[in-house]
Design a protein around this ligand. Structure first.
Ligand code: FAD
Length: 316
């Protein structure tokens, strides 16, 4: 089976869920090899990568790989593409992953597909384009297919791989050292799942009415084990932090379930959420554009509907 490189997303030595999804997806198309950039790989992380099917784990432990912004990871992958001739490279379609994919495509003279929501035989990708408005099938016709896949596109499923480790050393170019990371600010890791990785997202918009009222959105999210999101109207009003904004200028989410409460469904908001598998809209205006998109809609005042929903979920 052909080798497929999967760039590992990791924080504090922990492998992120999207990597397990990519390994699972890669197994359907070939033999996955995980690529760990930077120091700090732990025995637990190695075990986790092998558990989800990594036959090989390439570890590039040099500190300078993570000392500079993005470019070193693209150089590491380019070196591996040259040395190992993989049949494809998969990265997460996060802000960083997409930039790495683009740079890698230039370095390897290959085609790149971003925002893939599925990948099938012959590396034909289902790709979400035009801000999520249209899904097309895309295929790379030049070089090594480089595909950035959205979180939550595949359900992660374990299937043991050998997890054979190979250390890689990379001599970074001067160009890769152009932008150095001077400080990392750790975000509080709350009890809720991370927005871009969550299977369920409950988002509030202008209809929520105030920062205090966001507690009803949070209560529903907590009852469902979901992440909280917000429209730009809500974040601009200071009701919820900007890091939770969903949309064109916020985060892109692709959960199993997206609940939009008091959100009209502007094109810029849709761009960040319309590849969600099931969309539920709660809005007091039956003409709100979000209902065109929703699988289920509740016409009503969210201040009544959302707490009732929370109560009902808690009972089950
Ligand atoms: P509104 O459009 O004001 O809608 C509020 C909705 O709440 C209405 O449909 C109303 O009927 C309903 N409502 C009111 N009260 C209640 C109630 N009590 N119960 C139930 N329903 C109620 N927006 C984003 O979200 N994300 C982005 O990333 C983003 N990027 C942008 C980038 C650019 C360049 C531009 C120009 C705009 C961007 N926007 C973005 C803004 C976007 O155009 C909309 O203005 C925004 O999404 C509106 O947010 P909203 O739906 O919460 O508010």
């Amino acid at each position: 089976m052909s080798e497929i490189l999967v760039l590992v997303e990791h924080v504090d030595g922990e492998v992120k869920k999207v990597t397990l999804e990519l390994l699972t997806l890669a197994r359907t198309l070939g033999t996955p090899s995980a690529v760990w950039a930077g120091p700090g790989i732990t025995p637990d992380a190695k075990a986790r990568l092998a558990e989800y099917g990594a036959e090989k784990i390439y570890v590039a432990p040099a500190g300078d790989i993570v000392e500079y912004v993005v470019a070193p990871k693209a150089e590491l992958l380019a070196q591996l593409v040259a040395d190992k001739s993989p049949s494809a490279v998969l990265v997460a379609a996060t802000a960083e992953g997409k930039e790495i994919a683009g740079r890698l495509a230039v370095k390897t003279d290959s085609g790149v597909i971003t925002d893939a929501v599925g990948l099938g035989e012959g590396f034909v990708a289902d790709q979400s384009i035009f801000g999520g408005g249209i899904n097309v099938q895309s295929k790379v016709r030049k070089g090594t297919p480089i595909v950035a896949v959205r979180p939550n596109s595949t359900a992660p499923a374990p299937a043991a791989g050998a997890g054979a480790e190979e250390e890689i050393s990379v001599a970074l170019s001067e160009a890769a050292k152009a932008a150095r990371i001077v400080e990392r600010v750790k975000q509080e890791k709350g009890a809720r799942p991370e927005l871009t990785e969550a299977a369920i997202v409950v988002s509030g918009g202008r209809g929520v009415g105030s920062a205090e009222n966001f507690s009803i959105i949070e209560e529903l999210a907590d009852a469902l084990g979901a992440a909280v999101g917000a429209s730009r109207a809500a974040t601009d009003a200071g009701w919820y932090p900007h890091q939770f904004q969903v949309g064109q200028t916020g985060k892109t989410v692709s959960p199993q379930l997206y609940i939009a409460a008091g959100i009209s469904g502007a094109i810029q908001h849709r761009a960040g959420m319309q590849t969600a598998k099931t969309i539920v809209a709660i809005n007091k205006d039956p003409e709100a554009p979000i209902f065109e998109l929703a699988d289920y809609g509740v016409v009503g005042d969210l201040h009544q509907v959302v707490p009732q929903l929370t109560e009902e979920v808690k009972k089950r």
